[in-house]
Design a protein around this ligand. Structure first.
Ligand code: GLA
Length: 636
């Protein structure tokens, strides 16, 4: 599907919340948007209370005016359904439709995202407002795209959720015997005799059952997807030509499986908010971009939100230096985003995010920030011709949503930071100039020569077979500690872990031997391991390097390689430090034209260079000034 409808270059703009401002500001907005080269804005994300002030009573007049003004100004609209923030009249009438926390506390309105996707009243009200918007605006000439809801994320542990969870479980397992077996119900007397005995995994006395928790995450992802699909189908029916999406976001709290969801959206949209102000902001931006492109199967995706002037961090936000907004945008665009959008257009005077940065700051247009916004926006049409050129990677990192969910629990042999393990591989490769895709454990790996699988803790039979097939066919697989420790029911793979792939790796993992936090274990000529180590028994594989220190592990294999079919399977039995991964990638001859602080992405006949350093960078014949970027012809 062609998207956003009516835009064939790069999109530039962001969330536009005109309902927070008097009408005279709207004309100024459109003028400033034109000045800045803004061509796409997201309208109505949190407008439910203004659109439906009382149940069944709609006020569309203001939105009609806004859309008409935008259309007259040549700005296209990404129109949202406002269901992420139900209005006060709704939650007072239907308190059972508010979300319930794991500790049983039902939250009240006063912020946003206070909803329960399993509550029938909320589902019905969501369909009603989506249908009303579809009826009124599906044919509006400004409409480029629909934006359903916002950042699906707040899980509810309510009785509604529990009821739906039981139905989901019954459909999945068929019988309680099957469920009890899958959940290892004989431990701690968790054997269920009736479906009604099963609860959402709410706060309990001590450790909860990992299989129960993982199924609840999967269920919540599916329940939210149903809520999305109901709205999507109504919008689609009103005008099949308009693409539909919702914005994905990253966070441990997010119970959405992006691989599954990506199949249901016309383009993947992602909100990128790096959480560290130093060079990790660039690393995280590149990670977000490569994940989004990969979830989209290499197809259409869009950076839907980012902050214009600041980087968030746990100590409060930090100002972006001049040019950093453009470079962050270019990280995304170079990695395939069809544009750069922001939250939000004009900084609000009030409300919880009044201090969030915006394209138009509180001080208005005569500001350094707005000048940067204008400069960058007016540059983008100059690279519009590159928009369709594909990013072609030959190296992929496995992204296992379920391993992320399942390792974020306190019962593992030692704490595992799945996201950091993935991010670490990504950043070390990025520093070596390698642009990677991400792949699903059960997805098609055939176009990759190397697949790296960091801590793929949950490995289903199908995923294990996929890795076997990939390697046998000539692929190079590199897997790290805890790979295939458990199956899809969180049950341990017996006789050597590894998802039953002991023959593929030519080893057995016989024990997990976590080391004290903060102590590094040197490997022979190979950097060091941190915290997590395993005891490996060779069964045909060669030892690449051994542990040089550490009780029980000294002299034991740390990294191994095994020829298998036409390919080879590498195993890293510990959490390597960055320098050790770098050493391993050198051995594997993985390197590209970029380097630390200088992103180089080749796409078709084009080469994108983004220089994040404080010195001039030369890549081939192209010189890119400090803190700047360039797009040039790729050398032949
Ligand atoms: C999210 C939301 C936006 C805004 C930003 C900034 O991405 O979608 O509405 O709240 O965060 O915090």
């Amino acid at each position: 599907m062609d998207w956003p409808r009516g835009l064939d270059g790069l999109s530039y703009g962001g969330d536009y919340n005109p309902e927070q401002w008097p009408e005279e500001v709207w004309d100024d907005d459109v003028l400033l948007m034109r000045e800045a080269g803004v061509n796409l804005v997201t309208v109505g994300v949190f407008s439910w209370a203004r659109l439906e002030p009382r149940e069944g009573e709609y006020d569309f007049a203001w939105l009609d005016t806004v859309l008409d003004k935008l259309h007259a100004g040549g700005v296209r609209v990404n129109l949202a359904t406002p269901t992420a923030s139900p209005p006060p009249w709704f939650t007072l009438a239907h308190p059972d439709a508010l979300n319930t926390r794991p500790d049983g506390v039902r939250q009240v309105h006063g912020s946003r995202d206070t909803y329960d996707v399993c509550a029938p009243a909320y589902r019905e009200a969501s369909r009603r407002i989506a249908a009303a918007l579809a009826e009124r605006y599906a044919e509006h000439p400004a409409l480029a795209m629909w934006h359903v809801h916002n950042e699906y994320g707040s899980a509810s542990f309510s009785e509604h959720a529990e009821r739906a969870f039981r139905e989901w479980l019954e459909a999945k397992y068929g019988t309680l015997d099957a469920l009890n077996a899958a959940w290892w119900g004989s431990f701690w007397s968790q054997h269920y005799g009736e479906w009604d005995q099963i609860l959402a995994p709410r706060a309990t006395q001590y450790l909860a059952n990992p299989a129960h928790e993982l199924d609840f995450k999967r269920f919540t992802s599916d329940a939210m997807l149903e809520h999305y699909k109901e709205q999507r189908d109504l919008l689609r029916e009103a005008n099949p030509e308009v693409p539909i999406t919702t914005n994905f976001v990253f966070g441990q709290w997010v119970p959405v499986d992006p691989w599954k969801w990506a199949e249901e959206v016309d383009l993947v949209a992602f909100d990128s908010y790096p959480s560290h102000p130093d060079e990790r902001a660039e690393q995280q931006s590149a990670l977000h971009a490569d994940l989004s492109r990969s979830w989209a199967g290499g197809g259409d995706w869009l950076l839907m939100e980012q902050a214009a002037a600041t980087v968030h961090s746990k100590d409060g936000s930090v100002a972006k230096s001049p040019g950093r907004m453009a470079r962050h945008s270019m990280i995304h665009i170079s990695r395939g985003s069809k544009g750069a959008l922001f939250f939000q257009w004009r900084a609000g005077r009030g409300g919880a995010e009044q201090w969030h940065s915006a394209l138009v700051p509180h001080a208005g247009k005569n500001t350094r920030m707005f000048r940067e916004v204008v400069d960058f926006g007016n540059t983008l049409p100059g690279i519009a011709h590159t928009v369709e050129a594909p990013v072609e990677a030959t190296v992929a990192i496995l992204w296992s949503t379920e391993s992320w969910w399942a390792t974020a629990r306190p019962h593992l042999p030692a704490p595992v930071d799945y996201l950091e393990n993935v991010a670490q591989i990504h950043r070390v490769l990025r520093d070596r100039g390698v642009v990677v895709d991400f792949a699903s454990p059960e997805g098609d790996l055939s176009k990759y020569s190397t697949v790296i699988a960091p801590t793929t803790y949950v490995l289903s039979k199908a995923a294990a077979e996929n890795l076997r097939w990939f390697t046998a066919g000539g692929g190079r697989l590199v897997a790290s500690y805890l790979t295939g420790a458990v199956d899809e029911h969180c049950q341990v793979w017996l006789d050597g872990y590894l998802g039953g792939l002991t023959d593929l790796f030519g080893i057995r993992v016989t024990e997990h031997l976590p080391q004290p936090a903060g102590e590094r274990r040197a490997l022979w000529n190979f950097g060091a391991a941190e915290r997590f180590c395993e005891l490996v028994e060779l069964r045909g594989a060669q030892c690449v390097t051994q542990y040089a220190t550490g009780e029980l592990i000294e002299g034991q294999p740390a990294v191994t390689v095994n020829p298998f079919g036409e390919g080879e399977a590498w195993y890293v039995s510990c959490k390597l430090a960055d320098d050790a991964w770098d050493r391993l990638f050198e051995e594997l001859e993985l390197a590209g034209p970029g380097g630390r602080g200088v992103d180089v992405v080749d796409r078709g006949e084009w080469r994108f260079i983004v220089n994040h350093t404080e010195s001039e960078a030369q890549v081939g014949h192209v010189i890119v000034p400090a803190g700047s970027w360039a797009v040039d012809k790729k050398p032949q």
